[in-house]
Write a new protein. Structure first.
Length: 315
């Protein structure tokens, strides 16, 4: 995750899915295969135990087991980050942060919406973060502006305050506002150990050009090699038209990829030949025949896009 914001080399950090068996148990064999799939696609790191992983539907021991599996399969090839705060007294959150760090991750991610309530001011949030930093020794931390339980966004100067501590090295941004993204990048540009990763691909190219460290998005659970390609080629003057095609494709298909997610992405991966059940513990609504048709059309359109830009799938 350590990537200088003004470095032209960008990274893609997949927000990992959790494969389950059809009966609902964590499928650790499928998780190992899925981890290898991300790595073969060229991922620069992995974000385990996140919202896409259905982290709120996992038991605490399952969270640790999943992170352990990802770290084991990755075997140091790329850094791994994982969520370590799930509400409650800050002392308990700090204890779990340290337990997650002991698995071998590079940084432990704090959910912004679980460090202060939606009706609590920034002063309380900031104080809780300071407490968390004090209670977790030298553990490197990151922030995730997770939409659940509510989306708490950080301001540019607020983020800089924590990055300046030397302890915060990662931020997954979900503000959906390119001007806010640019402000956060500008405020933290003098801290090379820190990286901001944008989740919103409608402005993916603009975000990369502005200096984000890379992308961390659900689209990587459909075609991770495409997001890697974009991170590698967003500023390639010989591929301007192809980059525009990719950006438009991602924008045009945003709704399809978000609807009944993550069930929809697991079905898409099945079409690609990935061994994964569509079972999800998270209640995202029914996966209808119309959803299937939309995914199948997305699969067809992606194959056509690959031909247009000369990209080969990992499967």
């Amino acid at each position: 995750m350590t990537n200088s914001p003004d470095n032209n080399k960008k990274g893609f950090i997949p927000v990992m899915l959790t494969p389950f068996t059809d009966s609902g148990a964590v499928d650790f064999d499928a998780l190992a295969s899925l981890t290898e799939f991300y790595l073969e696609a060229g991922a620069a790191g992995l974000f385990a135990n996140c919202l896409s992983s259905e982290m709120f539907e996992l038991e605490e021991d399952e969270r640790i087991q999943i992170i352990n599996q990802v770290v084991k399969v990755t075997n140091g090839a790329v850094p791994v980050v994982a969520t370590g705060t799930f509400g409650g007294p800050i002392e308990e959150q700090a204890d779990f942060v340290k337990e997650v760090y002991d698995t071998g991750v590079q940084a432990v991610i704090a959910i912004t919406g679980l460090l202060a309530g939606s009706n609590e001011p920034n002063a309380i949030f900031n104080n809780r973060v300071e407490q968390l930093l004090q209670l977790t020794d030298s553990v490197p931390l990151g922030f995730y502006e997770c939409p659940v339980p509510y989306k708490r966004l950080l301001g540019a100067e607020q983020l800089k305050q924590f990055v300046a501590s030397g302890r915060v090295i990662y931020h997954k941004d979900t503000c959906l506002d390119i001007e806010q993204v640019k402000a956060k990048i500008a405020a933290t540009q003098n801290y090379p150990a820190f990286g901001l990763y944008d989740a919103y691909l409608v402005h993916a190219v603009e975000s990369l050009k502005a200096g984000s460290a890379g992308l961390s998005c659900i689209q990587g659970n459909y075609f991770p090699e495409l997001i890697v390609w974009l991170c590698n080629n967003y500023n390639n003057q010989a591929l301007v038209e192809q980059v525009q095609l990719v950006q438009q494709f991602l924008t045009d298909n945003m709704d399809v990829m978000h609807n009944v997610y993550p069930t929809v992405s697991k079905y898409y991966l099945q079409q690609r030949g990935v061994n994964i059940s569509t079972f999800t513990r998270r209640d995202v609504g029914p996966f209808t025949s119309q959803n299937k048709q939309e995914v199948e059309l997305l699969f067809h359109n992606y194959e056509r896009l690959q031909q247009q830009i000369g990209l080969t799938s990992v499967l």
